[in-house]
Design a protein around this ligand. Structure first.
Ligand SMILES: [Zn+2]
Length: 114
């Protein structure tokens, strides 16, 4: 293998990360399918890569309507499973972070089925 010796290490890490993150993303999307109407899926992650996977799955489940905003209803055919309740992830309060240091990296995101 040519190039910088660290290349190999980074490649191994990347493969490992993809193996962990991709199933999480798929699982979140499947969980959304299983929700009852008005049911909510609440997910707490402890790592930014996990959070990104959850966010991506939620955005996808929410559907991306590409209609012009002045149209009275959707004509682009975007399918939406529901909506993201948490525009930004909910994070622990300062007090909680001081009391429980492991909570520092926690992020809560919520999705509600239509
Ligand atoms: Zn639309």
């Amino acid at each position: 293998m040519n190039g910088h010796p660290a290349k190999r290490t980074f490649q191994a890490i990347r493969i490992e990360v993809n193996n962990e993150i991709e199933p999480l993303y798929e699982t979140v999307k499947q969980c959304v399918q299983c929700l009852n109407p008005k049911g909510r899926l609440c997910i707490i992650t402890f790592h930014s890569l996990e959070d990104r996977a959850v966010k991506k799955a939620f955005i996808e489940a929410q559907g991306k309507c590409t209609c012009p905003p002045d149209l009275p209803y959707c004509v682009c055919g975007a399918k939406s499973e529901g909506k993201i309740i948490t525009r930004k992830p909910i994070i622990p309060s300062k007090e909680e972070q001081e009391e429980n240091t492991r909570s520092k990296s926690a992020k809560l995101r919520i999705f509600e089925k239509t």
